[in-house]
Design a protein around this ligand. Structure first.
Ligand code: SER
Length: 316
């Protein structure tokens, strides 16, 4: 029987992944943890504990005590925030990963999911339909930590047999928990502001194309990868995941199909340079071939759900 530890259950991914995993594996077998208070539905549906991924001894104690077999380590400082505190962000992102890799070596929690990102690519990477294997010279703290993390994951797999699995997520878009401090987060904020005030000031320029994915597709892909037969996994670093690709201008057009007078202005800030260093679109054929990645949302179908759900949430 699988017993799963979620580190970072209160964040954008964790708040949805925890519930999806509880449905599959049973509420009592999915242990939600974070240093922040989780949403109510996580507290009410199963176990929650405060746990700091930076504290190795506590982590090991927890995993042994609850006989954990799988860990999802979702703790990270995102790209925009990391640029404000480079040393600290490196320390947090790397220590969090190394602790869970060591944990996998020292305990029965051998299976580890850790998110990588399109941020592993840089300005010298081919920007369109970016291949799985290509030039990788990230120039952000976040990207450097994700690339280093992928290398460590593959190393622990080869050297110590840790069942490390990872996806290079594109920008993730969701309505449940707002992300914090990422570069792709304009594509979440824009929907909230469309509902709140029918206007938005975008921190990226209108033609900045980036790869993006709706959270439902991302959760499905994550669980598919974790459930895949290990023999099917030709990669033990991290799989490209492309999702869709769009610009702020295209999101605005999609929102205007529902709110024709939605108004937008553009005031690019320091995150523009980060976005410009990342791919516009991603080739994810290896994930499709190896374990059947199959995302279904388009910009229009996602926009419909985002607006509908945020209206409900904000009582609009
Ligand atoms: N969405 C993340 C960010 O913008 C990228 O992985 O930081």
């Amino acid at each position: 029987m699988e017993r799963i530890l979620i580190i970072g259950c209160s964040g954008q991914i964790g708040s949805e992944l925890t519930l999806a995993l509880r449905k599959i594996y049973g509420n009592d077998n999915v242990f939600a943890t974070d240093i922040k208070q989780p949403p109510k539905d996580i507290l009410e549906s199963g176990p929650f504990n405060t746990l700091d991924v930076m504290d190795y001894n506590n982590l090991l104690h927890f995993v042994v005590r609850f006989k954990i077999t799988q860990v999802y380590n979702l703790a990270a400082v995102l790209s925009g925030n990391a640029e404000k505190i480079p040393q600290q962000a490196w320390e947090i992102n790397m220590r969090a990963l190394m602790n869970t890799l060591e944990l996998a070596r020292d305990s029965d929690a051998k299976k580890l999911f850790w998110p990588s990102s399109i941020a592993v690519f840089g300005p010298t990477t081919p920007r369109h339909n970016t291949p799985q294997l290509t030039v990788m010279e990230p120039n952000t703290v976040y990207g450097i930590s994700k690339l280093a993390g992928e290398r460590w994951g593959e190393y622990y797999n080869r050297r110590y047999g840790v069942d490390f699995r990872s996806l290079r997520y594109p920008g993730l878009i969701s309505y449940k928990t707002e992300a914090g401090g990422g570069t792709t987060d304009y594509a979440v904020e824009i929907y909230y502001e469309a509902v709140r005030s029918n206007s938005y000031t975008c921190f990226l320029s209108e033609d900045t194309a980036l790869p993006m994915m709706f959270m439902d597709d991302a959760i499905k892909a994550t669980i598919q990868l974790m459930e895949a037969n290990p023999d099917k996994l030709s990669l033990r670093s991290s799989y490209n995941v492309g999702g869709m690709s769009f610009t702020p201008k295209e999101v605005v057009e999609a929102i205007r199909k529902h709110q024709p007078d939605f108004s937008v202005s553009y005031e690019p800030d320091f995150r523009q340079a980060i976005a410009d260093s990342w791919p516009a679109s991603i080739d994810d054929s290896q994930a499709r071939a190896d374990w059947g990645l199959n995302d279904v949302y388009t910009l229009d179908s996602m926009t419909e759900v985002m607006l509908q759900e945020i209206r409900k949430k904000l009582n609009k």
